[in-house]
Design a protein around this ligand. Sequence first.
Ligand SMILES: O=P(O)(O)OC[C@H]1O[C@H](O)[C@H](O)[C@@H](O)[C@@H]1O
Length: 541
Amino acid sequence: MSITFGDEAVAAEAAAAVRKLAEEGVPEALSRGDASLWGGEAESEARIRLGWLDLPTTSRELLPEISKLVERARAENLEHVVLAGMGGSSLAPEVICATSDVALTVLDTTDPGQVRRALADRLDRTILVVSSKSGSTVETDSHRRIYEQAFRDAGIDPADRIVVVTDPGSPLEQAAIESGYTVILADPNVGGRYSALTAFGLVPSALAGADIGRLLDQAAEVRPQLAGGEGNPGLELGAALGAAALAGRDKLVLEDSLSAINGLPDWIEQLIAESTGKQGKGILPVVGADPNEADDELVAGIDTEGGVQVDGPLGAQFLIWEYATAVAGRMLGINPFDQPNVAESKENTARILGDGGDGALPTGAPALVDGPVEVYGDLPADVKDLSGVFTALLEQIPDRGYLAILAFLDREAAFDVPVPPEASFEEITDIWAAHDPATLQGLLAFRTDHPVTFGWGPRYLHSTGQYHKGGPQNGVFLEITGAVEEDLQVPGRPYTLGRLQLAQALGDLDALRGRGRPVVRLHLTDRKAGVRHLLDAAREV
Ligand SMILES: O=P(O)(O)OC[C@H]1O[C@H](O)[C@H](O)[C@@H](O)[C@@H]1O
C-alpha cells in the first residue's frame, strides 16, 4: 500500500500536515481507538464508532458462519443474489463484487421499474440479503415487503430465501427472528459508511462469490502501518485531504481509471461526503467527471497521473480511506461519524406522504413545459425552454460552487434499449450513453469550470445528500423525476414505490430550497423521450 504525490506542492503540504499530526500523537491515538480526537462533543459517538480499526481481525470470526450460508445457497442453487440496502449497507458489496467480477443485483432505489426488473429475474433462484444497520430504513423495508410478497405469490417460503444483516437489537432483527429468517449480526461499534469489512460488506459479497477472506488479509496486511507517524499511508492520505481542504482545494476529483479495482469512487464518495460535509464545511467528492484544473480541486485515484495516487488492493483501500477520513475530519474540526442533516429530507418525505393521503402529491405547477419535460422552480424571466434552464443554472453557480444533478430514475433503463446484433462494443456504449440520464453530467460539465456531480436518488440521500445540506452552501441543484408507467404497491404500507420515490424527491427539494439554494426539478412525462430531450437541450448553447 502506498501513497504517491504527483504534484510537489501537494506533497509538501501533506508532509507538513503529517509532521504536525505526528507531533500531536494522532496516529498512535487513532490506532488505539482514542475517541477524544474529534473534540468533546464528538467523543461519546466516537466511542462507539471506531470498531472498523480492528475489523481485519474481528471480522474473521464471521467467516465460518458466512461459509455455511454460502454452502447452503450453493446447494439450493440460489444463484441470483439480490441485496436490499442503502448507502453504507450496499456501496461496499457493490465494489467488492464488481472488482471480483461476480454478479450482485443491488437494490438501493425506489424506482418501480428497477425493482420490477430485479423481481422478474430468476425469482425461483433468488436469495435476498436485507441489510440495514438501523433496521428502519424505508427503502430497505419496502424491498423486504415486496420480496416477501413475491416469494409467497410464487409459492416460495420467504424464510428459505431471506437473509438479514443488521445490528443487534434493531427492529429488523426482531422482525427477522419472528419471521424465521437467517440473521447475521454486524458489529454495532462501526458506523454504516465505515462498515465495508463488517457483515454488511462481507455477507452479500461472499454469497455472490467474492473471496472475502482475501479481502480481510489485504486489510490485515496494511493495519500495522497505521500505528505510527512514519510510512503510514492512511495518515499521508488524510493529511493530504485535510490540508488541501483547509487551503481551499475542497473538491476531491476521484478518478476511476480502468484498474484492478472497479467502482471504488462511489464508495469513497459516501465516506467522504457524509463524514465531512457538515457545519458549513466539508470535502465534495466529484465522481465520473474529469478534473477542471481549477484551483479548488484535488485529484486522487488508484492510478492517477499528477494527483494523489493511492496504490493497493481493495481490502487495504477500504481501511486506508476510512483512516484518512477520520484524520481529515479532525483537521477540519468536524465529527466524522455523524450525519446530522440526513434526517431532514426523510422527515419531509414522511410528512409529504402523510399529508398527501391518497391524493396527488404537492408538486406545484410547472413554470414551463418543453416537450416531454416539465420544469418546476423559480426561473429567470427570460428562460423560455429547457436549454435556457440549463444555461440559467450554470450561470447561477457561485464562486467555488458546484452543480449537482439528482436523478430519481431507473439507473439501468438505458441498458434495456435494443442494440443491433452486429453493433461493436463502442457502438453499444454510444447507444447506452444516448439513453442514459447520467450522460447529462458530462454535457453540462463541458460548459462550466465548476464541478458537476451526478447522483441517483434516493441513493445519494444516503451519501452526498449530507454534504449538499450540511456542507458549504454553494451548490446549485437540478433534480430529475419521471412519470411511472407501472407502479408497485409496497405491501402493508399505504403507498406505492412510485409515490415514495416522488415524495423522496420532493422532500429533498424542500430541504434544499429551505436553505435558499437554487433548485429546479425537471419531470419527464415520458421517460425515454424525456432523457433524449434533456441530452439534446444540454448540447444546445
Ligand atoms: O444501514 P441503514 O441503517 O439502513 O442505513 C443506510 C444509510 O442510511 C442513512 O441515510 C445514513 O446516512 C447512511 O450513512 C447509511 O449508510
